[in-house]
Design a protein around this ligand. Structure first.
Ligand SMILES: Nc1ncnc2c1ncn2[C@@H]1O[C@H](COP(=O)(O)OP(=O)(O)OP(=O)(O)O)[C@@H](O)[C@H]1O
Length: 484
């Protein structure tokens, strides 16, 4: 409430709008749209497990930010309204990034099943024994009915990583395969080849049920039109009934001359769970809401907005990135700027995509990698843009490092690794005639001697070095003085 203490009613409303929209864009991880078939599939698996005690396993595969987790949350939300989820089932969520070995996973499973006390000081011979004990603890009631288990394994590919035993997966899939207990194991990943990572014994117990979530696959029409509609639904504020926006008397920018335009009310409002945590949001003035919605609709009609979104879609169709853009846009709202500015949208999209991307990539390099880029830039300046090989770059870098007592000496193998990483990132690329197998000489040449050229414009390197805050001063000086 404290941030709403101001006398200016317009300012209060803008703050409320900003807060509401920020929550809607970022904090709402339950409202899912599209992919009805895939969603039904997951719903079906979970519902059968919880309501009929069946056992299932499946993998959900889709690129980053395609809404995999949101889909699962929305399904669980729906099922919780239909059955008593908290009493009939236990949901265990594991993440391959956090639960990096079987011991940690088992600890998390025990904690999420609330069986720490039951386990106590007990020592188990094998992983399977431990898991069987946990499951037996769940059998309750006169008929020894077992609670259903929903295992959601995020970053599933990391559970099958090289050097990691797949005991957890083996045991979970074994339970679903032999239907020992009502259990659904759902692995979530962005690696399409994930099944290839499974051990033979694990693979044979997996149901091979795949649920793919590819952006745009389920929608007709161009992605930028879909995103434009998403923008309208994200930015519009909810009203009690289906919204009918007429040209508003106070909306200076509104170009909506049409009769009524409808806003999809289902995806438009925040879930009650979020609203109840922020009671202030109910103080939104309906007149402001109407005015704001008219503004958003008029924005969506502008050709420039569509062009900007089309440009973004050319580079990426990741909804998470699009939401980040909307979030930044909403954050700019203030008393001096009560409406969304198309110029801001354009600038944010430009910042998100090229050419700033290259500068950001350079800034994300390690100090050693950036030093090699600088060494290469100097070398190419001296030799009139001639490409250089690893030995030449190494020579320039070592010369600088030796003349600078504060620069750490790095083993040659580490420098070579950094050089190869630059190649992978395509910051440097094989010089012409070096990249095709037809050039037998070049392919036969040892990798240390293959000629490489800087693939990034030098002004990008200059910009990256200038803006690189953590760059040691001597490297900054070296950059400005190629003779060293
Ligand atoms: N179809 C969708 N419906 C609703 N929100 C979506 C959808 N697709 C993406 N999002 C939004 O995009 C963001 C990322 O979604 P989410 O975390 O579910 O993706 P993910 O596929 O699980 O990503 P990761 O692979 O990184 O775990 C969230 O803010 C989510 O609300």
């Amino acid at each position: 409430m404290s941030d709403l203490r101001t006398d200016n009613p317009l300012e209060v409303q803008i703050k409320l709008i900003r807060k509401y929209l920020k929550l809607k864009i970022m904090a709402d991880n339950e409202s899912f749209h599209g992919h009805a078939q895939e969603r039904n599939h997951v719903y079906d698996l979970f519902k059968r497990t919880v309501a009929h005690g069946e056992s299932h396993s499946a993998l959900m595969i889709g690129p980053r930010g395609s809404g995999k987790t949101t889909l699962i949350n929305s399904v669980l939300q729906q099922i919780s309204k239909e059955v008593d989820l908290s009493n009939d089932a236990i949901i265990v969520r594991l993440n391959g990034l956090i639960h990096s070995d079987d011991k940690l996973s088992l600890k998390a499973i025990t904690a999420q099943m609330q069986l720490e006390n039951a386990v106590g000081d007990r020592v188990f011979g094998t992983f399977a024994e431990n898991l069987a004990f946990l499951l037996s603890c769940l059998q309750s009631g006169a008929d020894r009915r077992c609670k259903s288990m929903l295992f959601i394994l995020e970053e599933f590919d990391l559970f099958c990583h090289v050097g990691r035993t797949q005991t957890l997966l083996y045991n979970l899939f074994d339970i679903t395969h032999s239907a020992q207990a009502p259990m659904c194991v759902l692995g979530v990943t962005n690696r399409i080849d994930v099944v290839e990572l499974l051990e033979k014994r694990v693979k044979s117990r997996f149901s091979h049920r795949h649920i793919f979530l590819f952006p745009n696959e389920d929608s007709q029409g161009a992605p930028h039109v879909k995103y434009r509609d998403l923008m309208v639904n994200m930015l519009c504020l909810p009203r009690t009934k289906t919204v009918s926006v007429k040209k508003n008397r106070r909306s200076r920018k509104s170009t909506v001359t049409s009769e009524d335009m409808e806003i999809d009310q289902e995806t438009n409002s925040l879930p009650d769970t979020i609203i109840s945590r922020h009671p202030n949001l109910q103080h939104l003035d309906q007149e402001f809401v109407q005015d704001w919605n008219a503004h958003v609709l008029s924005l969506a009609e502008e050709q420039k907005v569509l062009d900007c979104i089309e440009k973004l879609c050319y580079y990426t169709v990741n909804e998470q990135i699009f939401r980040n853009i909307l979030f930044e846009l909403v954050s700019k709202l203030s008393l001096n700027k009560p409406y969304i500015d198309v110029a801001d949208l354009s600038a944010i999209i430009d910042n998100t995509v090229a050419p700033e991307h290259r500068v950001k990539l350079l800034q994300s390099l390690s100090i050693l990698e950036l030093s090699l880029v600088i060494a290469m830039k100097h070398g190419m300046e001296i030799f009139d843009g001639e490409p250089m090989n690893f030995e030449m770059v190494l020579h320039r870098y070592t010369k600088f490092a030796n003349s600078n007592s504060s620069t750490q000496t790095v083993p040659r193998a580490v420098i070579l690794k950094a050089f190869e990483h630059l190649q992978e990132l395509e910051v440097i690329m094989p010089a012409r005639g070096q990249d095709h197998s037809t050039d037998a000489g070049a392919t036969r040449a040892h990798k240390h001697y293959r000629l490489q050229a800087l693939a990034t414009p030098t002004h990008d390197v200059t910009e990256a070095v200038t803006k690189f805050k953590a760059l040691p001063t001597e490297i900054r000086h070296w950059f400005g003085n190629s003779v060293v």
